[in-house]
Design a protein around this ligand. Structure first.
Ligand SMILES: Cc1ncc(COP(=O)(O)O)c(C=O)c1O
Length: 374
């Protein structure tokens, strides 16, 4: 039996054709017709007027904060339950991250964010932005977050690395922030093998990010620089690959939602097993299906289940270890923390690749069940 991976890439079949076209055209550079088309097509999919293709989602987050003017002496609030890239990008700017715990949706708690921003202000700190992270395909509650951010006059950056194809109040994920970062890393719902994008309704901010992403060249025949730039653009070859993937985004979302539904029906009534809830304000792309395991009720803890799956060559992962428990971020201020610590303790991400078969899912569930000793 072959190994079952957590979230492997899933080619559409058109990749070779488009990549071959990129090579034949000799646009072997971080610019070219496929980059332009990728930006247009992604913008149309998420209904955002300005899109910048980049080398990673992390680069997109870094540029978002940079064009908002975030720098040393500033603070940026960020979801505590996330992948380290969300917080790393804040540190790159020289600002100090402030961590905020999640609520029942597993995404940042708007009430706790409100408390945190009020508390930081009373202590004389300048919070310049909030990085709100969409988790495992589920959007944050942006109506509530927008209200809090406007009242405290801080910018809202959406980390939509995991939520392409999801919706919030009927609108595509990736258009809820002042700036929104997307990822096309190899494990994402669609991929460029490695890549990202920044999307925004603010033409001026996106134009500045575009300039910074190509070493901040000034318009001059020679190389003229008036500010510090980065080399963050996406290759034309990878944009070609990404275009083939964007064509099948809707199919990939449908497949991951079906996988989530099948896990739910196979595990219905299983003592101690609960699913990450889908918030009523949107539809998740169910990038990864996550469960929590109550060791007493189930008869094994999350790690015993993970190891039982690993013994059968099935890759499962603990839910993100929250940032306040990471050695590198242990000095950061964190508002709350217990909710995400419990999710880390009990949460497990199950294989969720869009090519996963029903037979594979049955096998995964059988092994998961067999770990229980009750
Ligand atoms: C929540 C989150 N933010 C940011 C990133 C960073 O994206 P990238 O790997 O494209 O740099 C990822 C995934 O890798 C992610 O899951």
């Amino acid at each position: 039996m072959t190994r079952i991976y957590l979230s492997p890439p899933h080619p559409s079949g058109r990749e070779l054709e488009l990549v071959a076209d990129a090579i034949a055209s000799n646009w072997l550079a971080p610019l070219g017709p496929h980059v332009d088309a990728f930006e247009r097509e992604l913008g149309a999919l998420i209904d955002v007027p300005h899109v910048l293709a980049l080398s990673s989602g992390t680069a997109a987050l870094h540029l978002a904060l940079t064009v908002l003017g975030v720098g040393p002496g500033d603070e940026v609030a960020c979801s505590n339950l996330t992948f380290a890239a969300s917080v790393n990008a804040i540190v790159y700017t020289g600002a100090t991250p402030v961590l905020v715990d999640c609520d029942a949706t597993w995404t940042i708690d708007p009430g706790l964010l409100d408390d945190a921003l009020g508390d930081r202000r009373r202590r004389g700190a300048v919070v310049r932005a909030v990085v709100a992270v969409d988790l495992y395909g589920q959007c944050c509650d942006y109506r509530a977050l927008r209200e809090v951010c406007e009242r405290h006059e801080v910018a809202l950056v959406q980390d939509a690395a995991e939520s392409l194809g999801a919706t919030y109040e009927g609108e595509a994920a990736g258009r809820q922030g002042d700036l929104s970062a997307l990822s096309f890393n190899g494990n994402k719902i669609v991929t460029t093998s490695g890549g990202g994008a920044l999307a925004s309704g603010h033409a001026d901010l996106l134009a500045h990010a575009r300039k910074l992403s190509t070493q901040a060249r000034e318009p001059a025949p020679h190389y003229e620089h008036a500010e510090i730039g980065f080399n963050y653009r996406l290759s034309n070859v990878l944009a070609a690959l990404g275009r083939a993937q964007l064509e099948v985004l809707a199919d990939r979302v449908a497949a991951r939602r079906e996988i989530n539904e099948r896990y739910r029906s196979l595990l219905r009534g299983e003592p101690g097993v609960a699913f990450m809830p889908e918030a009523p304000y949107g539809t998740s792309n169910h990038w990864l299906t996550c469960v929590t395991i109550d060791p007493e009720a189930f008869g094994a803890d999350r790690e015993q289940v993970r190891l039982a799956l690993e013994d059968e060559d099935i890759e499962a992962r603990p839910v993100w270890k929250p940032m306040h428990l990471q050695p590198v971020f242990s000095e950061l201020r964190c508002y709350g923390g217990e909710a995400s610590a419990t999710l880390f303790d009990r949460g497990l991400c199950l294989p969720s690749g869009s090519a996963l078969t029903a037979a594979d899912q049955q096998r995964i569930v059988d092994v998961l069940r067999s770990a229980a000793t009750r």
